[in-house]
Design a protein around this ligand. Sequence first.
Ligand SMILES: [Zn+2]
Length: 284
Amino acid sequence: MPLVPVKELLQKAQEGNYAVGAFNVNNMEIVQAILAAAEAEKAPVIMQASQGAIKYAGIEYIYALANLAANQATVPVALHLDHGTSFEQCMKCIRVGFTSVMIDGSKYPLEENIALTNKVLEVARATGVSVEAELGKIGGTEDDIHVDERDAFFTDPEEARYFAEKTGVDALAISIGTAHGQYKGIPKLDFPRLEKIVSLVNIPIVLHGSSGVPDEAIQEAIRLGVRKVNIDTNIREAFTNACRQVVMDNPKEIDPRKVLAPAREAATQVIRQKIRVFGSSGKA
Ligand SMILES: [Zn+2]
């Protein structure tokens, strides 16, 4: 089936009280891994590309790969821009055929974030594309976006209510203690804050930096109202570690297929496990 908007998937997740996995794509093998995992689990799935992934692979390649995957799939697949930092970047993705964009104005003061988000929403609404926004800074590193860990701050529930009122976005990324990249210790999520935000904001909540968060904590966040969970680092680890293992075991190996096939398989297994944790298995 054709690529679907993220909004559609998150509305169903809201009704069913589960979360949809949003997995970062960088190349063909990862696209194939996400699709294989979603098919095996009969789960709706979001493929998302960061600006870094778009720079690496090319926007047309990313779109073509995800679009082909969606057309071959029996499960619903969405294509989302992860952490778009400008109106122009969002427009490029909408023009190419992405079905969802994130406009991350979290580094701006509240009113500027609202204005930027509404500017993207105006175009997105006219084209049926979903929009995710971010309020509060999420720690760690995502491609070329760095948030100093000391600078990272949690989402204020009252601000979230105001932001939701002024924008009407389809999904809202919040900061409650997760971070991008690999964790040094075990992250501790601020569940009371999440509960408060969900009670004030009638918009599906997105959890970024979810790789390395214990399964039970993710499930508690979903129970409280998280509807989209982003996973990137866990896929990178599985994929690259599998490549490394093949090369170490067979130093003379020169066939890329021999290196990449086990990596694709390792990524598929990680994604399947996440889908089960998110409760979206069997929901397609
Ligand atoms: Zn993120």
